[in-house]
Ligand binder design. Structure first.
Ligand SMILES: [Zn+2]
Length: 189
């Protein structure tokens, strides 16, 4: 695979690397590091680099295929989400005996859901575009924070009791979630 990289030198002690949206490798390096050392560094992390570039390019391809969401489409998605998500919360709350406060549904840029100390729940409206099990997995995740405000073993055991397929759908979201976020990028509604 052909790898394109950019180097940004600064006062730092070690080299770090990220993959930008177009699949370019961005290397942050200390001033004393030579170009050859940067190249060696990239080569030494070859499998990580390849994996992440491939994922970024596949995401971009999917986004192009499905298209960027228009403002109108997002408004419709939000409306739909405001109908569906509270129903799923209600269902899993009564199933598990967990209480909650208010529910807010927004277009969020990085986050799928959150739960405040008071039990108020936030969800990303884009979840309704995905398989229903993905939405359910996030609903159950946030509700379980009412019992455990952390990501401990006990927390995941609680999720497992209520929604045994959690791992599978959480992985689905990790693999595919970026496509949805990118389709809505730059939209603030
Ligand atoms: Zn969490």
């Amino acid at each position: 695979m052909q790898v394109t990289y950019k180097i940004k030198k600064s006062f730092r002690r070690s080299i770090s690397m990220t993959i930008s949206d177009d699949g370019t490798v961005l290397v942050k390096a200390p001033h004393f590091v030579s170009e050859k050392e940067v190249q060696d560094f990239i080569v030494s992390k070859k499998s990580w680099v390849t994996k992440h570039i491939e994922k970024t390019l596949a995401t971009n391809e999917k986004v192009n295929e499905l298209g960027i969401l228009t403002k109108d489409e997002i408004k419709k998605i939000k409306k739909e989400a405001k109908k569906i998500i509270p129903e799923r919360v209600k269902y899993y709350a009564s199933l598990s005996g967990i209480t909650y406060g208010t529910i807010s549904i927004r277009l969020q840029k990085t986050c799928w859901g959150s739960c405040t100390a008071k039990g108020n729940l936030n969800f990303n409206c884009l979840l309704v575009l995905m398989p229903p099990e993905v939405l359910d997995s996030i609903v159950v995740h946030e509700l379980c924070h009412r019992r455990h405000m952390d990501h401990s073993k006990d927390f995941y055991a609680e999720i497992d009791r209520i929604f045994p397929e959690y791992k599978k759908w959480n992985k689905w979201l990790k693999d595919n979630g970026d496509v949805y976020l990118k389709r809505a990028e730059g939209k603030n509604i």
